[in-house]
Each structure stands twice: as structure tokens, then as C-alpha cells.
Design a binder for this molecule. Structure first.
Ligand SMILES: NC(=O)c1ccc[n+]([C@@H]2O[C@H](COP(=O)([O-])OP(=O)(O)OC[C@H]3O[C@@H](n4cnc5c(N)ncnc54)[C@H](OP(=O)(O)O)[C@@H]3O)[C@@H](O)[C@H]2O)c1
Length: 367
């Protein structure tokens, strides 16, 4: 399989823009909402997330596991150690009192529980046997909270880990004030993502953890565009994982950071979490260019254009897994493949390539 699927990570070049963004943006936070994250899986071709109340694609086991792991882990996302000062006030929190008993095991490990905030339809999209999501505080938004609670009772759904709210703002402010709550994750659906990524709460959303699915699926529910980074974009990619696959579906994990927040609070960059995902091999190339631009040595060349260079840089690609074709610029793949075979045969006759309409060695090879 080719690692560098064209169009798949072409925004990686915009990775370089990230630091530039970070240097000059400002936030306007006036509510007591702590920085939260969105976690989402979307179809890259249409930004779709749902279809007929469900996911548009067949179950991606690795992705569901990843979702459960990230949202339930009470390990810090960053490299900072656990805030010991918070521990003393932890058990006085009103919201967590009822959770402490139920989540004794989780609490014993970490003393905190993460919250997953979702719209009523997203709740309904979770199979009945799997809800509420274990080891997490499930916060469900609905305009009819009493009706919803009644439905929970009638269905015999355990309610210890469920908090029902009629307003996004109230939910986020209450969760932020609760020292027993660790990370807050917005897990959908579309209006919650819209508020967090584009709308009135975008100054509080520090991170979008995205599973990007490379196959086209028909969808009826969408998230805002985050891939096309421009100079006005709030979010920019921080890390792109290698590509995974299940059957004919390929996907990767991309971490988009909020430039406004992370420029002033770099301690919130989730290095610890991102380091768990093997980087996409193309990042080696992009990071090398970044390094050369920033710290390379300038010298003149015969064309008069000038060169920035660095001695001894290496990149390593595991050819047993994939073939490292760049996606951040157009690559003439047929030409590359034919040229490689030509090299491998020890051929030096450029005419053989030229006959196949590959003109790259015309006038340069020996015969
Ligand atoms: N791919 C992914 O990562 C992902 C993630 C989540 C969901 N999904 C998919 O997306 C679809 C569900 O999302 P959806 O956008 O249709 O619906 P949704 O956002 O999950 O739920 C919408 C409902 O939530 C309530 N709500 C939303 N915002 C509210 C607010 N500010 N205050 C009070 N109540 C509020 C309202 O409930 P009431 O009508 O009860 O008032 C509203 O009708 C499903 O297909 C699901 O599978 C995909």
C-alpha cells in the first residue's frame, strides 16, 4: 500500500503555518469554561459524520477503541504532572459526589473522571447496551430534560454517570467548575461541533482530535471544514499519524490545535497524547524542511538564487510497509515507478524511458 495517499495529507505543508499562527493570535474568553477538546470521526471528502442517526461507515474497531481510550483516560494529555493541589478539594465537588462511589476504581487510579458532552441524538446513536459510556461522565443536551430523564428511567438505563442539561453553556461552565472532572470532550453531533469549532465557544476549544476517513460515504450530518487552513483559521494541524486500514477503508488521526489558545498556553499542547501515535512518515520531510528554513546555512549557488542547506540530515522509511511518495507536492508516480525499475535493472539508456513518455532523463543519461 502506498503510504502517502495523494490528497490525504496535503494540508501537512500548512503544518509550517502553525507556529506562524501561534505567534500573533489572541483569544477572547469571558466565560469560566476551561479549554476542552472535540473528538470526531469524519469523512474527508465531504466532512460527513452521520447518516440516518448512525455512523455512515461500517464499524471501525480500532477507531472505537481509540475513542474509548482517549475519552476515558485520566492520564494528562500534556506532559505536565497531575495537579496535586486540586486533590484536596476534589471530593467536595457537588457534581462528582455521586460518581465517586460508582467509579471507585477509576477514582482510585486518578481521582478524576472525564466528561463526554453530546447532543440527545448522539446519545441515541450509542447502542443501548453501551450507554452510558463507561468510566466517563455522560453529559446529554436536550431542550426537554424532564422528558429525557423519564425515558432513561423507563428504559432502565443506569443514571449514575449521566448528567442532563438544557444548555451547552451551563453544562460547560458547571463541568469546568468541578474539580472532579478531568478533560472535557465534546463528542457530537453537528450543532455542538459547530459551536465549538466555528461558533461562540471556539475560543475555548483547544483541540480537535480527528479520525479522518479517506473513503467517500453518503452522509446527512456534517462538521465545519477544518482541513483548509488559511491565515484566518483558528485550528491548524499539530500532528498527523501514520495511515491505518480496515478492509478498503484507510484512516488516520489528526490533531488540530487552536492557535489562539496554544500560543498563549503552550503547556496545553497534547504532546504526551500525540507521541503515542507514530508520525506519518512524511512528517520527517516536512520537519526537515522546517529545520533547514529555520537553522540552515545560507550559501550562493550557480543560478544566483541561493540555497539554505544542512549537512548530514537523514530520513528513514520502512519500504516493507509502504512507498514514501510525497503528498505535499504533485508527484509523477508513473514516472517515479518506471525510473526506479530502470535504475534497478542497471539501465542507462534514457531512450527506454523516453519511449514510455517519461522524459525526465532526456539529454542526461549516457546513451
Ligand atoms: N462521526 C462522529 O464522530 C459522530 C459523533 C457524534 C455523532 N455522530 C452522528 O451524528 C448524528 C447525530 O448528530 P446530530 O447533529 O444529528 O444530533 P445531536 O447534536 O447529537 O443531537 C441534537 C439534539 O441535541 C439537543 N441539543 C443540541 N444542542 C443543544 C443545546 N445547545 N441545548 C439543548 N439541547 C441541545 C437537542 O435535543 P432535543 O431535540 O431533545 O431538544 C437536539 O435536537 C448521528 O448520525 C450520529 O451517529 C457522529
Amino acid at each position: 500500500m502506498i503510504y502517502f495517499i495523494k490528497d490525504q495529507i496535503s494540508e501537512l505543508i500548512k503544518y509550517f503555518l502553525t507556529l506562524k499562527h501561534f505567534s500573533h493570535m489572541q483569544t477572547s474568553q469571558s466565560l469560566n469554561i476551561k479549554p476542552f477538546s472535540c473528538i470526531v470521526a469524519y469523512c474527508r471528502q465531504n466532512m460527513g459524520i452521520g447518516k440516518d442517526g448512525n455512523l455512515p461507515w461500517p464499524m471501525l474497531r480500532a477507531d472505537l477503541k481509540n475513542f474509548a481510550k482517549i475519552t476515558s483516560s485520566t492520564e494528562s494529555l500534556t506532559e505536565n504532572s497531575f495537579d496535586i493541589a486540586q486533590k484536596s478539594i476534589l471530593f467536595n465537588s457537588v457534581l462528582t459526589q455521586h460518581l465517586v462511589a460508582k467509579n471507585a476504581e477509576t477514582q482510585a487510579k486518578s481521582q478524576k473522571i472525564n466528561a463526554v458532552v453530546m447532543g440527545r441524538k448522539t446519545w441515541e446513536s450509542i447502542p443501548q447496551s453501551k450507554r452510558p459510556l463507561q468510566n466517563r461522565l455522560n453529559v446529554v443536551l436536550t431542550s426537554k430534560p424532564d422528558e429525557f430523564r423519564k425515558q432513561l428511567e423507563e428504559a432502565g438505563t443506569p443514571q449514575e454517570n449521566v448528567m442532563v442539561c438544557s444548555s451547552f453553556e451551563t453544562a460547560m461552565v458547571d463541568l469546568s467548575a468541578d474539580a472532579g472532572v478531568g478533560e472535557i470532550f465534546v463528542i457530537g453531533g453537528s450543532s455542538l461541533y459547530e459551536k465549538s469549532i466555528n461558533g461562540e465557544y471556539k475560543d475555548y476549544c483547544k483541540l480537535i482530535i480527528a479520525t479522518r476517513i479517506n473513503k467517500l460515504f453518503e452522509c446527512d450530518t456534517f462538521i465545519p471544514e477544518v482541513e483548509n487552513v488559511s491565515k484566518d483559521s483558528v485550528f491548524a494541524p499539530l500532528h498527523v499519524s501514520e495511515t491505518y486500514s480496515q478492509g478498503d477503508i484507510t484512516f488516520d488521526y489528526c490533531f488540530f490545535g487552536n492557535c489562539n489558545i496554544l500560543s498563549t498556553r503552550p503547556e496545553l499542547v497534547p504532546n504526551k497524547l500525540m507521541n503515542k501515535y507514530e508520525k506519518h512518515p512524511e512528517m520527517q520531510y516536512l520537519e526537515a524542511i522546517d529545520d533547514i528554513i529555520k537553522t540552515g546555512k545560507y550559501k550562493d549557488d550557480r543560478t544566483g538564487t541561493g540555497i539554505y542547506s544542512k549537512f548530514g540530515k537523514q530520513m528513514r522509511y520502512d519500504l516493507s510497509k509502504s512507498f514514501p511518495v510525497l503528498t505535499t507536492k504533485n508527484v509523477f508516480w508513473r514516472g517515479v515507478a518506471e525510473e526506479l525499475l530502470w535504475f534497478a535493472k542497471g539501465d542507462t539508456n534514457a531512450k527506454k524511458l523516453s519511449d514510455k513518455k517519461i522524459k525526465i532523463w532526456d539529454g542526461n543519461a549516457s546513451r
